[in-house]
Design a binder for this molecule. Structure first.
Ligand SMILES: *[C@@H]1O[C@H](CO)[C@@H](O)[C@H](O)[C@H]1NC(C)=O
Ligand SMILES: *[C@@H]1O[C@H](CO)[C@@H](O)[C@H](O)[C@H]1NC(C)=O
Ligand SMILES: *[C@@H]1O[C@H](CO)[C@@H](O)[C@H](O)[C@H]1NC(C)=O
Ligand SMILES: *[C@@H]1O[C@H](CO)[C@@H](O)[C@H](O)[C@H]1NC(C)=O
Ligand SMILES: *[C@@H]1O[C@H](CO)[C@@H](O)[C@H](O)[C@H]1NC(C)=O
Ligand SMILES: *[C@@H]1O[C@H](CO)[C@@H](O)[C@H](O)[C@H]1NC(C)=O
Length: 937
């Protein structure tokens, strides 16, 4: 079925995420009753369950059915009533006729879509039934004058409760009306309908150029009220108001308001709630749709979901697209009083299947499962390739369950149904089991199905355990050995509101020690075929009687954990019985257990071991104290020093026993845990495990005591050693560690404050950067040859500086500032000219800065920091890792003019010596020590 190709694969994968549902709650799908109508009549486009006296019927609309042979009408559609009996089931066409319709009226029933909508007066015992044909036309003017259009006024037939006689309503007809589109001329009344005790509500979406309207006829006062596009202009042209209608108690539990859906309003759809104000409907609330093209408001259902007396509202948006297209959804609005409708946080979505059109139909089923809240059905007729599906959702105190309790697919019923779920009806108990049943139309297969509701049984269960277990008293013997044991008593009280037959057998599974620690075995077992962690049984129940059964739970010998509560669980269900009888009426349906919110037919209860405690609730009182010991008695840790940090810790439990005490240390991942040092003479040894935390750069270290218990009054003092490693990305700053101390036992709030600690230590860069340098040539001769004019002397000097980072941290953003003397005091000559300045980091490519024609000036002998007479040369070396060095090469020429000056006295400074040779006929070597200052910034 799943062919290749991208879009098909998408479809197939969607089919796999269908909602897992409990088996059939609470409609029976094994004994469904099928009805079929004339082929290609669209029988089942609308359905209605109806009762008159002892007679029940399924009424079905077949809007494209051919006319009965006696009438020369083309496809007028039809309404059929079918006896609800065991086989054979027969359907009979109901008689409708528009005998006369007005002074300027002549009816045409061709293609009128009789049976497009069906509704019934509320109440189980009789009442009128309404069937409409929204395309019924007045052709009075069009037959006279070919310029005029036929006017699709629409007609509704109101049948007597016995379905034998009918009268008709043509609410949109007025004398002398001839202009198509204007006012009510093409209103198409009856495309949707709804009835209350005395209101007949008809949707008229064609009113005023498809603005639409809702028309209400009060059968008691004979007053007609309608929404006419009022001065407010609240409804736009083309909105299709009246595509769906309903009525309910929105303002107060005793008021009656009318609902109209306008699925085309601004392409997003809107639902309006109206109050009846004589002949007018006045808008009291608007619920706007949010998605383009979702057809929000094409179906509405008024249900008091939370049984508070105020009507809540479900609005279908069957074309709403979530992931693929037209999956459809239903919006839920809960009425907080005075028509304040608040949308639920979730929408109902069925299976979110491709093109399912979930929300095409919505029906109030009443309280299907006797829990006091009405339930609803939502149709998704195009789900599963037009086979269709219906979903059941249960009303709740807080509104409605977000997930369906049942999904019934057309294909599972095995009748080749198509478009199953297009129409829905409920409110009538067809098989007299006191539970109202549900009719579902499947018009593309010209059929409808009745699904009968199963009787519902409520079970109250209890699981009784002793208050506490005394390990010192062995009440039982197991294989000859005294064994601690206790009674586990399970009781059931089954009742049913309506089901009177035998409830039969309840089966149960009983599980021991449900929440035992995973590292420890079950602490209790049952006897059976060997020793069992769970046992099962069944009890015969009778209405309203308490039925109990007792099992003995035995304690295992090697129980270490006497602190974790001992929890038992019982899950129960009705034993399925097969019924083989042949029935004259409908086969009786098996009862089903009631499901209330979140209840899984499972109950738990717990007990505990007896302990002698000194504090209330056996509270522990654990205390944690610890401090850090940093390396070298410093108050910081130098990055990269790879030194160890010791965390001295002291634990004390001054309360009652603490089971499974755990110390958790969280620290950043550039700290490495090394080991835990402990005093071996202490009997409580500690073992620790490191774990990298998800989504965090933190690491956690969890330490446990080997004996699993930190007994009352005991203490432990482990020293935990961690090591810092210099990661490339580490940065300086304060590094924090957090310490928590916990155990499985209760600890009173007031003792918790000393169970956690935060410790931090500064992490700093510590660097030792050295610079040394030399110059070449280290000396030169000057003045030896009188023949060379002084101006021509030019002496090049090459300085080399080495910068070395000997750690322990990397040297970040290392800058070297070289100061060159500008002038040779007291003379004002330029001293030297920088030819080039280059530096390189070991292993990195050479960096050079162009010096250009910059001429440097005469300088003093040496430079101090901030010396005005010196020139700065800045070398930015960047990050210098530990052990790395950098080389700076500086090439200068001396200004020859300087050489003509008087020799200056010698300065004894450590620095870079340059030798000047000054000759007055004899060779004198003068050494000038010129200080080139180098700073690290
Ligand atoms: C749990 O057990 C206690 C006594 O052991 C009992 O009073 C209580 O009703 C039990 N709860 C349930 C849900 O059975
Ligand atoms: C279990 O209950 C029975 C009946 O009440 C009682 O005789 C028996 O002593 C109980 N056993 C234990 C272990 O409490
Ligand atoms: C029962 O529990 C014990 C201890 O937890 C376990 O070893 C054993 O496998 C369990 N037996 C069954 C049948 O689950
Ligand atoms: C069983 O439950 C029903 C309904 O809640 C109650 O009326 C009846 O008294 C209960 N029976 C017993 C024996 O507790
Ligand atoms: C009991 O357990 C068995 C096996 O796990 C399961 O098939 C059965 O459905 C359970 N019965 C109930 C009532 O939970
Ligand atoms: C980790 O982060 C991702 C994205 O922020 C989030 O979806 C996921 O739930 C997180 N997991 C945990 C264990 O916090």
């Amino acid at each position: 079925m799943c062919s290749s190709g991208e879009s098909m694969r998408l479809l197939c994968s969607l089919v796999l995420v269908l909602v897992p549902l409990s088996a059939g709650y609470s409609l029976d799908v094994e004994h469904s009753l099928e009805f079929s109508g004339p082929s290609s009549s669209w029988f089942g486009y609308s359905v209605l369950l109806h009762r008159h006296g002892r007679q029940t019927w399924l009424v079905a609309g077949a809007p494209v059915a051919n006319g009965s042979s006696s009438l020369p009408v083309r496809s007028p559609g039809g309404v059929y009533r079918c006896n609800i009996t065991p086989e054979p089931r027969t359907c009979k066409r109901m008689h409708t006729e528009v005998s006369s319709c007005g002074k300027t009226c002549e009816g045409e029933s061709d293609h009128q879509w009789l049976g497009v909508s069906l509704s019934r007066q509320p109440g189980e015992e009789g009442g009128h039934v309404l069937a409409c044909a929204h395309r019924w036309k007045n052709i009075f003017y069009s037959t006279k004058d070919f310029q005029s259009n036929k006017l699709p006024n629409g007609v509704c037939f109101s049948f007597s409760s016995d379905l034998e006689t009918s009268r008709h309503y043509i609410p949109c007809y007025t004398d002398h009306q001839r202009k198509f589109g204007e006012n009510y001329a093409s209103c198409q009344a009856g495309i949707s309908s709804s009835m209350t005790e005395d209101l007949v509500i008809m949707g008229a979406p064609g009113t005023s150029y498809w603005t639409g309207s809702v028309i209400v006829y009060n059968t008691s006062s004979r007053q007609i009220s309608a929404y006419g596009n009022d001065e407010t202009g609240a409804v736009n042209f083309g909105s299709y108001l009246g595509y769906s209608v309903g009525a309910g108690h929105f303002l107060s539990p005793s008021s009656e308001e009318v609902v109209g859906g306008a699925p085309q309003y601004n392409q997003k759809g809107k639902v309006f709630i109206f109050t009846i104000d004589n002949s007018r409907l006045r808008i009291v609330f608007e619920l706007p749709g949010k998605e383009f093209g979702s057809y929000f408001g094409s179906s509405v259902s008024v249900v008091d979901l939370n049984a508070d007396g105020l009507s809540d509202l479900l609005v279908g948006a069957p074309m709403a697209t979530s992931n693929t297209r037209e999956e459809g959804k239903v919006h839920v609005y809960i009425n907080e009083g005075q028509v304040k409708l608040v949308e639920a946080e979730f929408q109902l979505t069925g299976s979110s299947s491709y093109a399912a059109r979930f929300g095409q139909s919505i029906a109030n089923l009443g309280d299907l499962d006797d829990d006091g809240y009405p339930d609803v059905a939502v149709g998704a007729p195009q789900e599963d390739d037009l086979r269709g599906a219906v979903y059941i959702y249960n009303g709740r105190k807080e509104g409605i369950s977000a997930a369906p309790s049942q999904r019934i697919t057309g294909s599972s019923l095995g009748h080749d149904l198509m478009m199953f779920g297009q129409s829905l009806s409920s409110g009538i108990d067809v098989d007299n089991n006191k539970y109202k049943d549900v009719a579902v139309g499947a018009f593309l297969s010209d059929s409808a199905v009745i699904l009968r509701a199963r009787p519902v049984i409520q079970v109250k269960a209890s699981l009784t355990l002793p208050d506490q277990i005394d390990q010192q008293v062995a009440l039982c013997r197991d294989r000859g050995t005294p064994t601690v044991c206790f009674n586990v008593t399970i009781c059931f009280n089954a009742t049913s509101k309506h089901f009177k037959g035998p409830i039969g057998i309840l089966k149960y599974n009983l599980t021991s020690d449900l929440i035992h620690k995973s590292s420890f075995p079950h602490r209790f077992y049952f006897h059976g075929n060997g020793s069992l962690n769970s046992t099962k049984g069944d009890v015969k129940t009778r209405h309203g009687r308490l039925t109990c059964t007792t099992h003995i739970a035995y304690q295992r010998r090697d129980v270490k954990d006497i602190y974790t509560p001992i929890q038992f669980e019982v899950s129960y269900g009705l034993r399925e019985t097969t019924q083989k009888h042949v029935f004259k009426t409908f086969p009786p349906l098996k009862p089903i257990l009631q499901q209330s919110a979140g209840q899984r037919h499972t109950i738990t209860n717990q007990t505990r071991f007896a302990r002698s405690c000194s504090l209330g609730n056996c509270s522990t009182n654990m205390q944690l104290s610890s401090h850090l010991v940093l390396p070298d008695q410093q108050d910081f840790v130098a990055l990269g020093s790879a030194q160890t940090i010791i965390l001295k810790t002291f634990l004390l439990n001054s309360g009652d026993d603490a089971f499974l005490p755990r110390l958790t240390l969280r620290f950043p991942d550039n700290i490495h845990y090394v080991k835990v040092l402990q005093n071996v003479s202490e009997n409580n040894l500690i073992s620790c495990d490191v774990m990298k935390e998800d989504n965090s750069t933190d690491v956690s270290l969890t330490c446990m005591v080997s004996s699993l218990v930190l007994p009352a009054g005991s203490q432990v003092s482990p020293n935990i050693i961690t090591e810092l490693s210099v990661l490339i990305m580490s940065s300086s700053g304060d590094h924090g560690c957090n310490w928590f101390l916990r155990s499985d036992n209760y600890e009173m709030e007031k003792y918790l404050h000393d169970n956690a600690m935060s410790l931090s230590f500064p992490l700093k860069y510590g660097v030792n950067v050295n610079i040394h340098g030399f110059v070449s040539p280290t000396s030169f001769l000057f003045g030896d040859e009188d023949t060379i004019p002084a101006e021509c002397y030019s002496e090049k000097l090459n300085y080399t500086f080495k910068v070395l980072n000997s750690g322990p941290s990397r040297s970040v953003d290392t800058v070297v500032d070289i100061r060159l003397p500008k002038i040779l005091s007291p003379h004002r000559h330029k001293l030297q000219k920088v030819i080039s300045l280059k530096w390189k980091l070991l292993g990195l490519s050479q960096v050079s800065i162009p010096v250009g024609d910059l001429l440097l000036f005469v300088g003093t002998q040496f430079c101090g920091r901030g010396d005005e007479l010196c020139e700065h040369l800045i070398c930015r070396l960047g990050n210098l890792d530990v052990g790395r060095d950098a080389t700076i090469l500086l090439e200068v020429t001396l200004n020859p003019a300087v050489l003509l000056q008087e020799p200056v006295e010698m300065h004894k400074h450590t620095g870079i010596p340059i030798e000047f040779c000054h000759s007055f006929h004899k060779r004198i070597i003068i050494i000038i020590i010129m200080f080139v200052a180098v700073y690290l910034l």
